[in-house]
Write a protein that binds this ligand. Structure first.
Ligand code: NAD
Ligand code: TYD
Length: 339
């Protein structure tokens, strides 16, 4: 099998590349990534010299580059992680989100149609369902929950999902979609909640909690997500959507307090800052379908996953210190200085 993984130099994509190389040593894994601010070639160091792995720097919106790669490699499966992924950035500058997340998906699927493919898998997000109220813990997102987005990010992901389903119905492209809840684990870019709080706490910097910190996210260890994707691309039904999540809802403030405790840092570092515009209150996935159809269940409990993650950030300071010492400084200044 030849598998193209787009966005494989980012957080979840790189974890998926590692997972696939380990799980299917006979597969050829090709990572196509533009290396935006969020992509990091050094992340792929552990596999870069593996003979069954190839890295190609390209933009998924670049039709000629994608076409050339397909001509060279004849992929069986394409898994599309490539995206602009940060809600706060989408609020500042929506345009690149529409370009990469929607047009990029269209270009990839057009090339898949031209060359023929066994499976195109779209990595989507639970954020396409919008949010749930805090006072209705009985409600969860199922695959039938209406699309109802809040941010330019989630809207661009929803637009892509609709296009993927349209390519299935109109052209018969063999597609699947997974909609996962918030991931955490190694190589998570330090602009997102968990790695940002770990990095700031380790540097004794303020921990900026939006609003009152009562928003709820449903956290899943990244390896559990990778295992779900592997199951879907091999055994999932064409044209279907699968929700992925582990019934692990937590308030932001509780996560930040837990990080302080694990790192032995004072809670006085916590600083409440102006809320995110349009901030989604609660995400919560009902993963019954993927359990019933594919037997998927998460394996890593949050208590263990967060310890492993913190340990990884302690042992891999160079990786994230390199990131936060560069262009990230300007981003941080812009997003947090007057918040
Ligand atoms: P990320 O921002 O860490 O990585 C994105 C990767 O895509 C980077 O390597 C970047 O260089 C690459 N990329 C961006 N634009 C590109 C383009 N035009 N062409 C080629 N490559 C490009 O993102 P992530 O957190 O790993 O998320 C991966 C996917 O999973 C996204 O589609 C996201 O919507 C989805 N998702 C993320 C989460 C989460 O908690 N992080 C949860 C559910 C779904
Ligand atoms: P984030 O990691 O950006 O993921 P998403 O918005 O896609 O769920 O944020 C997770 C939650 O943490 C979200 O409710 C916003 C909040 N948050 C903060 O309180 N402070 C921060 O500095 C960041 C980045 C996020």
């Amino acid at each position: 099998m030849v598998v193209i993984v787009t966005g494989g130099a980012g957080f979840i994509g790189s974890n998926f590349v590692f997972y696939m190389i380990e799980k299917h040593p006979d597969y050829r894994i090709i990572c196509l990534d533009k290396l935006t601010y969020a992509g990091n070639l050094s992340t792929l160091k552990p596999v870069i010299n593996n003979e069954n792995f190839r890295f190609v720097k390209a933009d998924i919106c670049d039709r000629n580059a994608v076409d050339k790669l397909f001509e060279e490699e004849h992929p069986d499966i394409v898994v599309n992680f490539a995206a602009e992924s940060h809600v706060d950035r989408s609020i500042e500058n929506p345009e690149v989100f529409l370009r990469t997340n929607i047009i990029g998906t269209e270009v990839l699927m057009d090339v898949c149609r031209k060359h023929g493919i066994k499976r195109y898998h779209q990595i989507s997000t639970d954020e396409v369902y919008g949010d749930l109220p805090l006072d209705r813990p009985d409600l969860f997102f199922t695959e039938n929950t209406p699309i109802h987005t809040s941010s330019p990010y989630s809207s661009s992901k929803a637009g892509a999902d609709l296009l993927v389903l349209a390519y299935y119905r109109t052209y018969g492209l063999p597609v699947t979609i997974s909609r996962c809840s918030n991931n955490y684990g190694p190589y998570h870019f330090p602009e997102k909640l968990i790695p940002l709080m770990i990095a700031n706490a380790l540097n004794d910097k303020p921990l900026p909690v939006y609003g009152e910190g009562i928003n709820v996210r449903d956290w899943l260890y990244v390896e559990d997500h990778c295992r779900a994707i592997d199951l879907i691309i091999h055994n999932g039904k064409e044209g279907e959507v699968y929700n992925v999540g582990g019934h692990n809802e937590m308030k932001n403030i509780d996560i930040v307090k837990l990080i302080c405790k694990e790192l032995n840092k004072p809670e006085s570092l916590i600083t409440y800052v102006t809320d995110r515009k349009g901030h989604d209150m609660r995400y919560a996935i009902d993963p019954t379908k993927i359990y019933n159809e594919l037997g998927w269940l998460p394996k890593t409990k949050f208590d263990d996953g967060i310890k492993k993650t913190i340990k990884w950030y302690l042992e891999n300071r160079e990786w994230w210190e390199d990131i936060i010492s560069g262009e990230y400084q300007n981003y941080y200044e812009k997003m947090y200085s007057e918040r």
